[in-house]
Design a binder for this molecule. Structure first.
Ligand code: URP
Ligand code: ZN
Ligand code: ZN
Length: 463
């Protein structure tokens, strides 16, 4: 046989299996997996003995160069996807906001113009619905046909003009029962949250950044998740709850799934590794502001349990990077902090270290959480999310034990701080291949801008 690259003697890890083998790559795909592979023509060899060889990570929730909170998120399509590659993420899913006049496809085309020529790994988009009407309902079919089977609806962000009301959410979910799309929901209760924000705004000097915590107690998320689940249940629709942050909401998803409601959910490393004590730091507390808010230790524990037992399907990051200068825009007013955190680069290390090395679950389950389940749910499987003959050669090679101390100065993300600063994390890849091309070698980015492609996704994605 002929290969362009052989990854030699590594421990191949998929969501279901662990075995020692060579991985042969021809062009952009995996051509063979077996022992003693050799090539009839000259070929590149990557020595992987003692290392894990895994499918690249898939981060289904990133906001690169997003105009938000009076600024633009600091990681653009270049730096954000470079950071992804360095963290072993070979596919990201960003968002395209509906053009109120021209529709969903116009928003998608505009966003693709921003991404093309810049992305360093493959990408897709979720289509954000901000105006639900019959034309939007019809256009959903076109968008699905184009390769985007996921639609985002926000239950908050009323003043940004992004909010979907219950009627829109109900109708969107009803549509997915027929067209196989999935509605991705940011579930927080706008009215109650606004009331609490106004209450704490009157005493903003007293509470500082911690007012962000006080104005978003757990029931703000739980009530909205419960409502969204109810709409999914009664419509037979297909729901996906993004950035789930509370233990109570994890219980709701578990119970609804047991009853047969088609709901899945993601949580994020910030809700697993951090807790709301971070907001008490008078100098740095505001940096951690994101939406929904980072909750209590008990929530983290429940979320770990939920991802360990398969109650929540996957971990994504909600990357929305703001540097210290942008965060300083708050000037003591918690409602003015740009909401969001860097994250795509540390997704795999965070979940690997706290999940696998701290013995919460095994390495196959890790692959399911950051690669296989995202691929299946988002309609990318088996092109991505696994290592089999014929799948895209999106592969990472990592040392199972080697830890590095997180220092923002050594990360590729365009940010001058890290929520995980000082933590010792393993799981950074030595080598990352994106469709057969080496984009990270010896931990350094060696890829090219524009290498990444838009990938079409299929509807009816399930685990
Ligand atoms: O604070 C966040 N998460 N910023 C990005 C927008 C969103 O709600 O996901
Ligand atoms: Zn959100
Ligand atoms: Zn988000």
């Amino acid at each position: 046989m002929k290969f362009d690259t052989i990854i030699k003697g590594g421990t191949v890890v998929t969501a279901s299996d662990t075995f020692v083998a060579d991985v042969g790559i021809l062009g952009e795909t995996i051509a063979a997996i077996g022992n003693g592979l050799s090539s009839d023509a000259p070929c590149r060899k990557i020595e992987a003995s003692g290392k894990y060889v895994m499918p690249g990570g898939i981060d289904v929730h990133v906001h690169l160069q997003l105009p938000f909170c009076g600024t633009i998120s600091a990681d653009d399509f270049v730096t954000g996807t470079r950071a992804a590659a360095r963290g072993g993420v070979t596919t990201v899913i960003d968002f395209a906001i509906q053009d109120r006049d021209k529709g969903l496809m116009a928003g998608i085309e505009a966003r693709m113009t921003e991404a093309e020529g810049k992305v360093c790994v493959d990408y897709s988009l979720h289509s954000i619905v901000v105006k639900w009407d019959e034309a939007t309902r019809r256009e959903m079919d076109k968008v699905i046909e184009f390769g985007i089977p996921t639609f985002k609806m926000f239950m908050i962000y009323e003043k940004e003009g992004w909010q979907s009301d219950d009627a829109a959410l109900w109708s969107g979910l009803a549509a997915t029962a027929e067209n196989g799309a999935r509605i991705c929901v940011h579930a927080e209760s706008e009215k109650v949250m606004s009331l609490l924000i106004n209450r704490y705004l009157r005493e903003k000097e007293k509470y500082g950044a911690y007012a962000h915590v006080l104005s978003r107690p757990n029931f703000v998320e739980e009530e909205a998740v419960q409502r969204a689940i109810k709409w999914a249940e009664v419509t037979g629709g297909r729901l996906y709850v993004v950035h789930m942050s509370t233990g109570g909401a994890a219980d709701l998803v578990r119970d609804a799934r047991r009853k047969g409601t088609n709901v899945h959910a993601e949580t994020c490393p910030q809700y697993l590794l951090l807790d709301d004590e971070v907001f008490k730091d008078p100098e740095r507390g505001h940096l951690y502001a994101t939406c929904p808010q980072i909750k209590k230790k008990g929530d983290s524990e429940r979320l770990w349990q939920a991802i360990t037992h398969g109650e929540l399907a996957l971990v994504a990051t909600d990357t929305c990077t703001f540097d210290t200068k942008q965060k300083a825009m708050w000037e003591g007013d918690f409602t003015k902090i740009p909401f969001g955190l860097p994250g795509v680069e540390t997704l795999l290390p965070a979940v690997y270290t706290a999940g696998v090395l701290e013995k919460r679950f095994g390495v196959n389950h890790f692959v399911s959480l950051v690669s296989t389940n995202p691929a299946k749910l988002m309609g990318l499987y088996p092109q991505k999310g696994t290592l089999v003959v014929g799948s895209d050669a999106d592969v990472i090679v990592l040392d199972p034990e080697r830890k590095k101390k997180i220092d923002w100065q050594e990360l590729a993300t365009n940010c001058d701080w890290s929520p995980y600063q000082g933590m010792k994390l393993a799981g950074f890849p030595e080598t990352t291949l994106s469709r057969g091309n080496i984009v990270v070698a010896d931990g350094a980015f060696v890829g090219t801008e524009g290498h990444g492609r838009f990938v079409k996704r299929q509807p009816w994605g399930e685990l």
